[in-house]
Ligand binder design. Structure first.
Ligand code: SF4
Length: 204
């Protein structure tokens, strides 16, 4: 059963889907695999925050990119206060993501090694009003955790899952990243940030 169908089934029985724990409980009631918890929670939050994200000016949106997408062997980027400084050398997809985002007006890209640097950046920039929305690329559990924390901070998140997770050489659906970047900036109908039909072969 696809994620959309499972969400519809849970909604039809009036299940509480407001938190990760609630989703976990609801899945156990309909005998579905608990591993789906994070996927369903993230997809629900993506939908819930789409409109709020769309209203945030592009320069106030932060894009968080995991360092595992880098070409570790050949990446010439240096590590700075806010993560890796991509030179857009063309050896991995991060340069393409940044280039596409910049064309749309994005100014804030953070290539981060993990959640602790994300927390530091948010702690510093949210109170100053420099970050009012976030687009995050990560594995499902990290996205679910970020979704929970950003909800508390009232920062709308659009989350894009990695197609292949791990510590190095991960993979993301770049079409999905591009369309998530476009939320609120182009025709609404083009945004599949909530689509669950992921094609592992899709690239820019
Ligand atoms: S595109 Fe950026 S992140 Fe990727 S290998 Fe080159 S400098 Fe590193």
């Amino acid at each position: 059963m696809g994620i959309d169908n499972i969400i519809a089934k849970l909604a039809s029985v009036g299940a509480d889907l407001s938190t990760r724990n609630a989703v976990r409980m609801a899945l156990s009631l309909i005998s579905e695999d608990e591993e789906l918890t994070d996927q369903i929670y993230v997809e629900i939050k993506n939908k819930a925050y789409k409109e709020d994200f769309a209203k945030v000016p592009v320069e106030k949106r932060a894009v968080f990119i995991p360092q595992c997408l880098r070409n570790v062997k050949e990446c010439p980027a240096e590590f700075g206060e806010y993560g890796w400084k991509c030179t857009k050398c063309g050896k991995c997809s991060i340069g393409d993501i940044i280039e596409y985002g910049e064309k749309l007006g994005y100014k804030q890209f953070y290539i981060v090694p993990g959640g602790s640097l994300v927390k530091k950046i948010l702690k510093e920039k949210v109170p100053k009003g420099e970050i009012k929305a976030a687009l995050g690329i990560a594995c499902w559990p990290e996205l679910a955790e970020a979704s929970e924390k950003l909800s508390i901070l009232k920062i709308p998140l659009q989350a894009v899952p990695l197609l292949r997770a791990g510590c190095i050489n991960t993979l993301v659906d770049l079409e999905r990243v591009k369309m998530a970047l476009e939320v609120g900036l182009t025709q609404e109908s083009k945004n599949p940030a909530f689509s669950t039909d992921m094609n592992p072969q899709q690239t820019l």
